[in-house]
Design a binder for this molecule. Structure first.
Ligand code: FRU
Length: 475
């Protein structure tokens, strides 16, 4: 599988569709696989929801719950329709295809879909890459809003019935990173934390051209008048010279988008990404499966020193999977010190948190390792201002030159005084949330045996670790 698609919440269930090729473990003619969950953590796979048709394969897209039946698809059976919008990608030849946008509706809460008879609903304007429609109900302007990737720009459309789409504007000229094709956008309003201010967030995946190589997702924050998205002026400096802000500075969080139809009473903006990178997605050393999604994350918009930023943290539902909690209030470290070991902790499923206050030294290195010398190390370089993650010794890395060629870095614009770290570990992935989710790094790895110890290297100067909490997860 690759991208998450069509995510919506309805009647107690989170739905996740995904780019899926059922005949093999490399990319092929795409379908929409389907899974459902009541908490975004435990998923039950469902039958395939969309199959390729005469207009082409079924590429990425989105789904909305049409509560007022604006599309009219619900009229005949008096049911609330779920409307999916996706790209039909028709292969014309080698490296040549025709991409158009189509819709399909479901009258059984997303189990089965009927394709609309007048597809495609948006014709191709003559672009090779024209795909990944993401529909949002814009309650401010009372319209359906659609963004899709058009080459290395974003096209914006509006509609009142999900069938007829009116082109409004395009975004992206001379803004952000352009080292590759833009893909899988998402566009939604959010209240800035602690204020009444509303800002619009645009997520844009790009491949290649990510800061640490290959696939990655950049973001923009600004205002929307119902037709045009304009970048907040505070962003202009940040984005000069093709610089961009990234939702995740690890190499493995791509094509992520948010759930639609989350009730106001919940109020969260919930996100999920594909935990891989096109540089090596089809070569990773797995056989019976290929690829996983990130831990679902809650997005917040914050304003810090006049700058808008996104913050991502794992959803609180993960707390329902804690089987045991180990706490250590203070640990003093002077050299490389093992702070936790198996069998007390099973590092293939753990949620580890701790704080280091009053940072005094240049580099803080944390590492997970096993008895045969495989390790992954990560941390903070507070002198040259970046977070890093190094998986070059993490076991099997030889399947792709790009997998461990570089240490991934997340730049900071100044040094920091306090550090809080949250680490979500699975068998083949690490998700790092620094300083309350203001910097995120997600990477996958393939050890030959599980990590069995977690250590901190104080680089010869004493370090006080506070509030170490290790939660064992039962998954
Ligand atoms: C992103 C992407 C999308 C496309 C899909 C095809 O990973 O390239 O742009 O719709 O994958 O599987």
């Amino acid at each position: 599988m690759n991208d998450p698609n069509g995510m919506f919440f309805y009647n107690g269930y989170y739905h996740l569709y995904f780019q899926y090729y059922p005949e093999g473990n490399v990319w092929g003619p795409m379908h929409w696989g389907h899974a459902i969950s009541t908490d975004m953590i435990t998923w039950t796979e469902q039958p395939i929801a969309l199959y390729p048709d005469k207009l082409g394969d079924i590429f990425s897209g989105s789904a909305v719950v049409d509560l007022n039946n604006s599309s009219g698809f619900g009229a005949t059976r008096n049911k609330i329709p779920v409307v999916a919008m996706y790209t039909n990608s028709k292969r014309l030849g080698n490296d040549e295809w025709l991409q158009t946008q189509s819709i399909a509706y479901s009258l059984d809460e997303g189990k089965t879909f009927t394709k609309y008879e007048n597809n495609p609903v948006i014709e191709n304007p003559g672009l090779k890459d024209f795909r990944d429609p993401k529909v949002t109900w814009d309650s401010i302007h009372q319209k359906w809003t659609l963004v899709l990737a058009a080459g290395d720009k974003i096209n914006l459309y509006t509609s009142t019935n999900l069938k007829d789409w009116e082109f409004q504007s395009s975004f992206g000229e001379h803004i952000g990173a352009h080292g590759g094709v833009w893909e899988c956008p998402d566009f939604f309003p959010m209240v800035v934390e602690g204020t009444n201010e509303i800002k619009w967030v645009l997520l844009v995946s790009i491949n290649p051209g990510g800061l640490n190589g290959g696939s990655a997702t950049q973001y923009f924050i600004g205002d929307f008048d119902g037709k045009t998205f304009s970048l907040d002026p505070s962003f202009n400096n940040d984005l000069e010279n093709e610089k961009a802000l990234w939702i995740d500075y690890g190499k493995d969080n791509y094509a992520g988008v948010t759930w639609s139809n989350i009730p106001d009473s919940d109020g969260r903006k919930l996100f999920l990404g594909w935990m891989s990178n096109w540089q090596y997605a089809q070569q990773v050393p797995t056989e019976t499966w290929r690829s996983a999604m990130t831990t679902p994350r809650e997005i917040t918009v914050i304003k810090n020193d006049g700058q808008y930023r996104l913050k991502f943290l794992p959803v609180r539902e993960l707390q329902n999977y804690v089987s045991k909690t180990i706490r250590k209030n203070e640990i003093s470290i002077t050299d490389k010190t093992v702070v936790a070991k198996s069998p007390l902790v099973d590092f293939t499923k753990a949620d580890i948190q701790f704080t280091v206050s009053d940072l005094k030294q240049d580099v803080y290195t944390f590492s997970l390792s096993n008895s045969i010398g495989e390790s992954i190390s990560f941390g903070l370089n507070n002198k040259d201002h970046f977070f890093f993650i190094d998986r070059s010794k993490s076991g099997n890395t030889s399947f792709s030159e790009d997998f461990a060629k570089n240490v991934s870095k997340a730049p900071l614009n100044k040094n920091i005084n306090d550090l809080d770290v949250r680490i979500i570990l699975d068998k083949t992935s690490i998700e790092l949330f620094y300083n309350n989710g203001t910097t995120v790094m997600t990477e996958i790895f393939f050890t030959t045996q599980p990590f069995d110890s977690f250590s901190i290297n104080a680089n010869a100067k004493p370090v006080e670790i506070e509030n170490l909490i290790i939660k064992q997860l039962k998954l």
